[in-house]
Design a protein around this ligand. Structure first.
Ligand code: GAP
Length: 411
């Protein structure tokens, strides 16, 4: 019998969510490529995250920093020394991907693909201070790729060598770190619920001192019950003033915050919530995947939050061999794509292949929340049937205002 993970991996491949990386050459371990539906899902999740954590907070500043960073950054951050896994025989193996910049292979040109995106936020701390003049507390957020030469990549999207992170550094006064640690802890739970991860399968773990990253004074891991065990989904760390202090020492640049109230200068402390995108997608798929029976037929469905579903509405003519029905369905499809604007946009599908039952099944399997069917009654009263993915319930709605209806449903 196929396990739930095997079912999801096969659905993801078959329906264009996730393909093994470089597959026609036999694949590259630890890499996965997002297909047409997976890329939409990933974009929707990143948008939702950016809205939730950046745009909704007036004290949060966005950033998009470089993947390539010089050796000095990783000396200062401690990754050159401390970011390693044990091999046998007492050796340690650094997880960073090293590369050389320029034609001449000299050590001074060494650079690394960033193993975490956090350092981009720290090295730009002064730039953000100087350009935006924020008052404490404030945050710097970004979404981007990180690379780790994992010794044993495994479990689909769970442990890979190249992945997207969504993360921010929230700079606070030392005396206030606990208050903001709690604030972001609650916001992380709100996000888990919003994106569609099963809260009952998510648990906090207070990471004991010996197991914490080299920079952290307190860490909570948000663990998820994956089919292969309860493992880390997200992290919330109190990094103290470790990073800014180290970068100040190593770069010689003053990274202190000038406090207008007291006239003093000090290094802010940092709270860091971090979210792996691949693990989010895996947890979302595991939470949304369901098998049930509807109208006496077995089906597979993804109960995705409509906001992240790659297709929001599928438009069907009831039958494909009646020209007037097909023409009307195509007209409604076209209008919906245009009128739906950025909220719906390209996320409208058209399908007239096979019978209507099969088309519903195909949409259920990719998590499309609504199907709009154009039938004979449409030609009489200009209404369509809207079918709900989860309940299978159908309502009739006028063609007029259909876009507003779906926009309202999307919230
Ligand atoms: N700046 C802090 C930081 O990078 P981390 O716990 O090393 O912390 C952050 O990584 C998040 O990245 C994790 O919570 C997890 O979601 C994700 N992650 C870490 N390693 C990963 C890997 N090899 N494959 C996929 N996701 C990974």
């Amino acid at each position: 019998m196929e396990t739930k993970l095997e079912k999801i991996v096969s659905l993801a491949k078959r329906r264009g969510f996730v393909f093994p990386g470089s597959e026609i050459y036999g694949g590259l371990a630890g890499t996965w490529d997002y297909g047409p539906l997976g890329a939409e899902l990933a974009h929707n999740i990143k948008d939702l995250w950016w809205n939730h954590f950046v745009r909704a907070h007036k004290d949060m500043y966005g950033l998009a920093s470089s993947v390539l960073m010089p050796e000095k950054v990783w000396e200062a951050s401690g990754h050159l020394e401390g970011f390693s896994d044990p091999l046998g025989e007492g050796q340690r193996f650094n997880l960073m991907f090293k590369t050389e910049i320029g034609a001449v292979q000299q050590e001074k040109n060494a650079a690394y693909l960033r193993p975490e995106i956090a350092q981009g936020m720290f090295v730009n701390f002064k730039n953000v201070l100087d350009t935006m003049r924020p008052a404490l507390p404030f945050g710097i957020a970004q979404i981007g790729k990180a690379f780790r030469n994992e010794i044993a990549p495994r479990d689909f999207l769970f442990r890979v060598r190249e992945f997207d992170l969504m993360e921010f550094e929230y700079f606070v006064r030392e005396a206030e770190w606990e208050k903001y640690f709690e604030f972001w802890r609650k916001e992380m739970w709100a996000w888990i619920e919003e994106v569609g991860i099963d809260k009952n399968k998510t648990h906090e773990l207070e990471v004991p001192e010996g197991d914490r990253a080299h920079y952290s004074k307190r860490t909570i891991d948000f663990e998820f019950e994956y089919p292969f065990g309860k493992k880390e989904l997200y992290g919330l760390a109190y990094r103290g003033d470790y990073d800014l202090k180290r970068h100040m020492e190593h770069s010689g640049v003053d990274l202190r915050y000038a406090d207008l109230a007291s006239g003093g200068k000090f290094i802010p402390h940092v709270i860091e919530p971090t979210f792996g995108l691949g693990r989010t997608i895996l947890a979302v798929l595991l939470s949304a995947y369901a098998e049930d029976e509807l109208g006496g037929e077995k089906r597979v469905l993804l109960k995705l939050n409509p906001k992240v579903a790659p297709v929001k509405v599928a438009v069907f003519p009831l039958v494909s061999n009646k020209e007037n029905l097909v023409a009307k369905a195509k007209e409604i499809y076209k209008n919906l794509r245009v009128a739906g604007g950025w909220k719906l946009g390209a996320a409208i599908a058209f399908d007239d292949i096979g019978n209507i039952g099969k088309r519903y099944r195909r949409q259920d399997e990719i998590g499309t929340p609504w199907c709009a069917t154009i039938d004979y009654q449409t030609l009489e009263d200009n209404t369509v049937t809207i079918r709900d993915r989860d309940t299978g319930k159908q309502i009739r709605h006028p063609v007029e205002g259909l876009d507003k209806y779906f926009e309202g449903m999307l919230g």
